[in-house]
Design a protein around this ligand. Structure first.
Ligand code: SF4
Ligand code: SF4
Length: 302
């Protein structure tokens, strides 16, 4: 069983309990305007170019049989429509400016990597968290990966947008210990406008999960001008209060711009929308509203 991943991050502490290994699966049906992992959106492998690392030596242009690379006006221009991702330019770039993002791997290879951190899981109560992109988009691979981790006795978690068929969620119910489930907005109109998809299926999946009694932690990305004003946050909390138990943790994930340069690296024209920077008062107000609804706010999700 093979899947496409774009990163494995070790020693993560904000994505489920304890010290965790994060495996990022490539591909996402959403296009959130604040996405900080744009390299996780496309399902296919991509070529990335970081101009600041480039010495303009011309080696990539010389080795590209497809004529996909031209150096014009002190910049490497990539014709992505001609590139067949052979990787010759990457191998020949001595400064590391070119990189292939995403690789096809089998479940055993990923599990071998995850097993390296077993002592940390035992010590901290951590385990494997599968993230993305949207991990359920590669559902067969996801199921095998989680099954393998569970067989090893590892704690498992998934970070999901919730935008998938219920059958996909159902297929992992018994092999996921923690669902970290994003609720971005309760207004369908705003959700569509800022993520490209309706929230209907997301909220339905969330309710079904809660009714199943599984361990769900709702995560709300705090995005100024999208869901950060009092009215929006109250609507989200009011919706959740009908289903979630009092005292449940709500993870608040403040917006940041760290992912901005990555859009340029992968040649994505859909630039991240620059929202207003988040400040202390946004976070304090959000925390207060969460607490007013008898939930426990956890900023950053650690
Ligand atoms: S091989 Fe690397 S350093 Fe040289 S021009 Fe190409 S991207 Fe730049
Ligand atoms: S990956 Fe291959 S085809 Fe694509 S730009 Fe590099 S050398 Fe050319």
């Amino acid at each position: 069983m093979k899947g496409i991943i774009f990163n494995i991050q070790r020693f993560a502490v904000h994505d489920g309990p304890g010290i965790r290994t994060l495996v990022f699966l490539k591909g996402c049906p959403l296009h959130c305007h604040w996405c900080c992992n744009p390299e996780g959106q496309k399902s296919e492998i991509e070529l990335s170019y970081v101009i600041n690392h480039c010495r303009l030596c011309g080696r990539c242009e010389a080795v590209c049989d497809q004529g996909a690379i031209n150096i014009i006006e002190k910049r490497v221009l990539i014709r992505r429509d001609l590139c067949d991702l052979c990787g010759n330019c990457v191998e020949n770039c001595l400064s590391g400016a070119l990189k292939i993002v995403g690789k096809q791997v089998d479940v055993e290879t990923v599990l071998d990597e995850v097993k390296r951190d077993e002592p940390f899981y035992r010590y901290s109560g951590g385990g494997l968290t599968v993230s993305g992109g949207e991990p359920t988009l590669q559902n067969n691979f996801l199921v095998e990966l989680l099954k393998g981790a569970h067989q090893e006795g590892f704690n498992t978690a998934i970070e999901t947008s919730g935008f998938c068929k219920w059958e996909n969620i159902e297929s992992i119910l018994n092999i996921v210990d923690h669902f970290l489930f994003d609720v971005k907005h309760v207004s369908d109109e705003k959700h569509k406008m800022f993520t490209g998809v309706s929230n209907k299926i997301v909220l339905e999946n969330l309710l079904r999960l809660i009714h199943k009694g599984v361990n769900v932690i709702v995560r709300v990305p705090l995005i100024p001008s999208f869901n950060c004003d009092e009215d929006d946050l109250r609507k989200i909390m009011s919706f959740l209060s009908e289903f979630l138990k009092k005292g449940s943790q709500i993870h608040l994930l403040p917006y940041h711009r760290f992912g901005l340069p990555k859009y340029d690296h992968i040649g994505d024209d859909n630039k991240m929308v620059l929202f207003e920077k988040i400040n202390k008062s946004h976070i304090e107000r959000a925390t207060q509203i969460v607490n007013e609804f008898n939930f426990i706010a956890n900023v950053g999700g650690s």
